[in-house]
Each structure stands twice: as structure tokens, then as C-alpha cells.
Design a binder for this molecule. Structure first.
Ligand code: ADP
Ligand code: MG
Length: 319
């Protein structure tokens, strides 16, 4: 029986064309794709998940690649879906990389350099005062943000005093803060698929903002990573258990070492405009994703067959 996978992929910024290329390459390997499966339109009914009249258990794998439209409902179904089939990324890796605190915590625990950070209960805001005295400057970060949104640089105790009443009003459970790193306002975005290096580009803050995000005015430039950057990215992705990830890395001028700022579980492909600029890793990324899907679906097929074989064997033994 031929294999069949479900896909939910972003369509803007050239995503639709990338999706078509992936589908074509999978078809050449006799793997069919059911596209546009938005978990928002799915319902879970008893032991299965149903979308457009199709049951999830008829699929061999689910490829989820849409960062723009994640809601709690979709994430909830992501988790359920991953109980019954392989997913790229796995729910575990997806939910880990969605959370900056959980990610930095695990990375540090595995010896991967990140910015120093602290997480404290909202009632312990006094802690923050001690921390800023020690660190001089810090960044308040929402643990689930993106695009530089909500990041607040706290330059001194006076700024902290101004910010705390605001934060207290927001009914947060905790405060997550990082030491503000002295860096040259550029970063590396390193894409890794299946443990392999795919491509890299740089981002530069616009001169008035300290953040490198495009949404914060940053711009993209061609950048060759050295081995230290590539190896750091690979290690971070391995620790996170992600099949696909884009790692943001900066060079900490104080510690004189590369530091992982963030692991993104759904890193965008280069847009058509970026491709024109010379970002030419899309085809390699597609190839590696197709290989990965191929391998993961063959494996699950074998597993089923293996189980059957084993069962037959035991049956025979019993006779
Ligand atoms: N600890 C830090 N020190 C200095 N700059 C930082 C720090 N953390 C983040 N930044 C800057 O802010 C940008 C956004 O931070 P990041 O944690 O990647 O959040 P987002 O998910 O919003 O992109 C980074 O690309 C970097 O330029
Ligand atoms: Mg980032």
C-alpha cells in the first residue's frame, strides 16, 4: 500500500510554491500528500481526529509547518495527533521550542551556551532588583513571543521600577529575564534539517533598535558561518530533539563566544526576494525534508510489519 502523509504548510512568502515542490518529490517516491489540513477545522471524535471527512489514522505522518496561525486548539490537537503518528516536528520538540525558557533551560543543562537567564515567580519581583544590580542590563522576554515582540530592555533599576507595575497588571505567572548581551547587533540564522546543516544567513538590526528581527526593522544579509557556529546550531537542535529548526546565534563580545538566542521550530524557507539576494538553500532543505519523511514513514511501515512477524513467531512457538 502506498504511503500517505498529511500536511499543513504556510502559503505566504512563497510557501505555496515550496509545498508544491515537496509534494512533487514525495510523489516520485510514491508518497501521497493530503494538504491544507488545518487542525482548526478538525475535530477529535472518540479515538480519531477527523478533518474534511478524512480520519487521521489513515495517514502515515503529519508535517506541520505553519507558524503564523497557531492557536491553543491547534496545539492541543497537535499533541493528540502525535500520540497516534509520527510528526515533523514531534509535539515534544515543537512545544519545547515554542517556549524560550524551557528551551534555554534544557540547552544550558546540556552545556549549550545561551544568554544567562532567570525565571522567578511573579511575587518574587524583588529578585529582579538583585539581578539587575548584578547584570547591569537585562531583557524581559515573553516566553512564547516571536518577531521581537514584547521584548523589553531594562537598562537600570529606574526602568525596572517603571516596568514592574505594568508587569504586575498583566497577571503573569512568572518573569523570565535574560542578561543583556553586548553584541554587534547582528546574528546568524542557521537552518538544520535531520541533523544536517542546510544554510545560513545573517540579520542586522537597523541602527535604532537592538533587535535583529525583520519585524523590528532588521535586514537580512549573506553570511558564511564558521564551524563553531554550525556545530553550536547542530548541538542545540539535537538537544531539542527537533527534526527541523532554525537557530539564532549571536557572538557575545564579553564572553567572547557564540551563544544560542533562540531555536525556531518552524523556520521559514527563503522567500522569492531573498532567493534573488542569493539565499540558495531552499532546494537542499526540501531534499532533506523529503528524505526525512521517506525514512520516517518507511520505518513506521516496517514497525507494523515487524510486530506482525514477531506475533507470528510467538504463535508458532506456542504450537
Ligand atoms: N539576551 C539578549 N541580549 C541582547 N539581545 C538580545 C537578547 N535576546 C534577544 N536579543 C535580540 O532580540 C532579538 C529577538 O529575540 P528572540 O529571543 O529571538 O525573540 P523572538 O522570538 O521575538 O525573535 C534577537 O534576535 C536579538 O537581536
Ligand atoms: Mg528570534
Amino acid at each position: 500500500m502506498s504511503r500517505r502523509i498529511g500536511m499543513w504548510m504556510y502559503q505566504n512568502g512563497g510557501g505555496d510554491k515550496i509545498e508544491k515542490k515537496i509534494i512533487k518529490k514525495l510523489r516520485e517516491r510514491d508518497i501521497k500528500c493530503v494538504t491544507g489540513i488545518n487542525p482548526r477545522q478538525a475535530i477529535a471524535e472518540n479515538g480519531d481526529i477527523i478533518h474534511n471527512g478524512r480520519v487521521a489514522s489513515s495517514l502515515d505522518l503529519f508535517f506541520s509547518y505553519n507558524a503564523g496561525e497557531q492557536t491553543q486548539y491547534q496545539v492541543f490537537l497537535y499533541q493528540a495527533l502525535n500520540r497516534i503518528m509520527p510528526m515533523i516536528n514531534s509535539y515534544e520538540a515543537f512545544s519545547l521550542t515554542e517556549d524560550k525558557f524551557q528551551t534555554s533551560f534544557l540547552l544550558q543543562n546540556h552545556g549549550v551556551a545561551t544568554a544567562d537567564f532567570k525565571l522567578c515567580h511573579r511575587d518574587d519581583s524583588e529578585q529582579l532588583r538583585e539581578i539587575i544590580r548584578k547584570w547591569d542590563k537585562m531583557v524581559y522576554k515573553p516566553t512564547d513571543g516571536w518577531g521581537g515582540m514584547g521584548l523589553t530592555k531594562i537598562e537600570n533599576e529606574a526602568t525596572l521600577d517603571m516596568l514592574l507595575p505594568l508587569l504586575n497588571q498583566m497577571d503573569l505567572r512568572f518573569f523570565y529575564v535574560e542578561k543583556f548581551l553586548n553584541y554587534d547587533n547582528t546574528d546568524f540564522r542557521v537552518d538544520i534539517v535531520d541533523g544536517q546543516f542546510v544554510g545560513c544567513y545573517g540579520r542586522k538590526a537597523n541602527g535604532t533598535d537592538w533587535r535583529t528581527n525583520i519585524t523590528s526593522g532588521g535586514s537580512i544579509f549573506l553570511r558564511e558561518p564558521d564551524d563553531a557556529v554550525i556545530n553550536l546550531a547542530k548541538k542545540a537542535v539535537k538537544v531539542c530533539g527537533a527534526d527541523i529548526a532554525g537557530v539564532d546565534i549571536i557572538y557575545d563580545l564579553e564572553r567572547e563566544e557564540y551563544v544560542v538566542i533562540e531555536v525556531n521550530g518552524i523556520p521559514a524557507f527563503a522567500t522569492p526576494e531573498q532567493e534573488k539576494m542569493g539565499l540558495n538553500f531552499n532546494d537542499k532543505k526540501i531534499e532533506l525534508i523529503v528524505d526525512l519523511i521517506d525514512r520516517k514513514t518507511i520505518k513506521s511501515g516496517n514497525d507494523k510489519r515487524d510486530k506482525k512477524k514477531k506475533k507470528n513467531k510467538t504463535d508458532k512457538k506456542g504450537k
